[in-house]
Design a protein around this ligand. Structure first.
Ligand code: GDP
Ligand code: MG
Length: 185
């Protein structure tokens, strides 16, 4: 992680998780500071998209993130496998309003990433907290402790809750993954 002044560090970040948890919205908010409602056609089109953005870690230390948005759809499984290799870190997303999407972190996403990218640092992100914050009824939302335990139990680096809709903690997610990815090498 040494860097001569002016030299640019580059890191590849994969973003995975079930379809519909908000991966594309999260990346889009990070890129543009804006949230758009998606049509189904649009989120299929986002299955294999690469965004890049320069992140400032601290004074004079910057990292260019190449962010791989991978659709969670089963039909893209063979494409996802082409996309992962050489990732430096992964953001595994679920939605706090969908407890199945949290269970699939353990069932599908952690094993898939460990198989294809052994030893990769994994950050767990619980998205759509705005829905939990504004809920009028006590629905079965995933609680902060559930996410934290999932991260701990699967040796993930951290757990962060965010809202791609309101922008809450979105910058924190990418700042954190940038630090983790840079530290790795
Ligand atoms: P992806 O399949 O994981 O890429 O999910 P998308 O980004 O396409 O989002 C799926 C749906 O959830 C869309 O209708 C989004 O507008 C919505 N969505 C995404 N993030 C949030 C969020 O933080 N809060 C709320 N309320 N809705 C969200
Ligand atoms: Mg998407």
């Amino acid at each position: 992680s040494q860097q001569a002044s002016g030299e640019e560090i580059q890191r590849k970040i994969a973003v995975v998780g079930d379809s519909g948890v908000g991966k594309t919205s999260l990346i889009q908010y990070f890129m543009t500071n804006d949230f758009d409602e998606y049509t189904p056609q649009e989120y299929i089109a986002s299955a294999l998209k690469v965004d890049e953005k320069l992140v400032e870690l601290k004074k004079d230390k910057k990292v260019r993130l190449y962010i791989y948005d991978t659709g969670g759809q089963e039909t893209f499984k063979h494409l996802r496998k082409l996309n992962y290799p050489k990732s430096d870190a992964v953001i595994i997303c679920f939605s706090v309003e969908n407890s199945e999407s949290l269970q699939n972190v353990k069932k599908n996403w952690v094993p898939e990433m460990q198989k294809l990218c052994p030893g990769i640092p994994m950050l767990l992100v619980g998205n759509k907290v705005d829905l939990r914050n504004s809920a009028r009824t006590i629905k079965n939302f995933v609680r902060h402790a559930d996410g934290r335990n999932m991260a701990k139990g699967n040796k993930m680096v951290s757990y962060i809750e965010c809202s791609a809709k309101e922008g809450e903690n979105v910058k924190e997610v990418f700042d954190h993954i940038a630090q983790v990815a840079v530290k790795r090498k």
